[in-house]
Design a protein around this ligand. Structure first.
Ligand SMILES: Nc1ncnc2c1ncn2[C@@H]1O[C@H](COP(=O)(O)OP(=O)(O)OP(=O)(O)O)[C@@H](O)[C@H]1O
Ligand SMILES: [Mg+2]
Length: 207
C-alpha cells in the first residue's frame, strides 16, 4: 500500500515546524509510521545544499538558487520520500514544491515555465496528497521571528508579501489537495484543524 504524503507550506514563522511536529506526534500515537522531513535539508546532500543556499556569503544568482533547491528536492524525493511512501509510511515534509513556486516564481519573478521544468525534473510528477498552507501576514511573521537568521529572511517585506500572495494563489489552483488555515489562530486551534483535515483524508482513502 502506498503511504500518504503531507506537506506544510507558508511564509517564515507561520508555524510549519510547530504544527508538523504536533501532527507527527498525534499520528504516531495512534500507531502510524511517520517520517518527518524538510526542504531544503532532508538528506545529507540536502543539508549541505541548505547551508549553501541559506548561509552563503556570496550573492546567489536566482537561477542558481532555483537549481540548488531542485537538486535538494531530487535527492529528497528519490532517496527518502518515495521509498518511505512505497513501504506505506506517512511522510510529512516541512516545505515542498509550492515553496519553489511561491518564492522563486512569485517572489523572485522567475518565469513559470522554467519553474515548472525544475519542479518536474526534481519530483518526477510526485505531488502531495495533502498540503497545509498556514497563512499569516508579513508583520505577524516579522513579529514572531528573531532577527533575520538566514539569507532569505533578510529579503524585504515587499518580497514576502509577493510570496504570501503566491502561496494563496497556488492554493486556489490546487484546492483538491490544499487546506488553507489562518495561522494567526492559537497553536492549539491550528493543530486541531489540521488533525481534522488529516483524519478526514485518512478516512476517505481507507474506505
Ligand atoms: N499559531 C501561533 N500563534 C502564535 N505563535 C506561534 C504560532 N505558531 C507558531 N508560533 C511561534 O512562532 C514562531 C515560529 O514558529 P515555527 O518555527 O513553527 O514557524 P515556521 O513556519 O517553521 O518558521 P520557519 O519558516 O522560520 O521555519 C515560534 O516561536 C512559534 O512558537
Ligand atoms: Mg520551520
Amino acid at each position: 500500500m502506498r503511504g500518504l504524503f503531507i506537506t506544510f507550506e507558508g511564509i517564515e514563522h507561520c508555524g510549519k515546524t510547530t504544527q508538523a511536529v504536533r501532527l507527527v506526534e498525534s499520528l504516531r500515537s495512534v500507531g502510524h509510521e511517520v517520517v518527518m522531513t524538510r526542504e531544503p535539508g532532508g538528506t545529507t546532500i540536502g543539508a549541505a545544499i541548505r547551508e549553501l543556499v541559506l548561509h552563503s556569503k556570496e550573492q546567489i544568482d536566482t537561477v542558481s538558487e532555483l537549481l540548488l533547491f531542485a537538486a535538494d528536492r531530487a535527492q529528497h524525493v528519490r532517496t527518502l520520500i518515495l521509498p518511505a511512501l512505497e513501504r506505506g509510511a506517512i511522510v510529512i515534509s516541512d516545505r515542498f514544491h509550492d515553496s519553489t513556486r511561491a518564492y522563486q516564481g512569485w517572489g523572485r519573478g522567475i518565469d513559470t515555465a522554467l519553474i515548472d521544468r525544475a519542479i518536474a525534473l526534481a519530483t518526477d510528477g510526485l505531488d502531495p496528497d495533502l498540503t497545509v498552507l498556514m497563512d499569516i501576514d508579513v508583520p505577524t511573521s516579522r513579529s514572531r521571528g528573531d532577527d533575520a537568521s538566514d539569507r532569505i529572511e533578510q529579503d524585504s517585506d515587499v518580497f514576502f508579501t509577493k510570496v504570501r500572495d503566491g502561496f494563496l494563489a497556488i492554493a486556489r489552483g490546487s484546492q483538491d489537495r490544499t487546506i488553507v488555515i489562518d495561522g494567526t489562530l492559537s497553536i492549539e486551534r491550528v493543530a486541531s484543524k489540521i488533525r481534522e483535515a488529516v483524519g478526514e483524508h485518512l478516512a476517505s482513502v481507507s474506505t
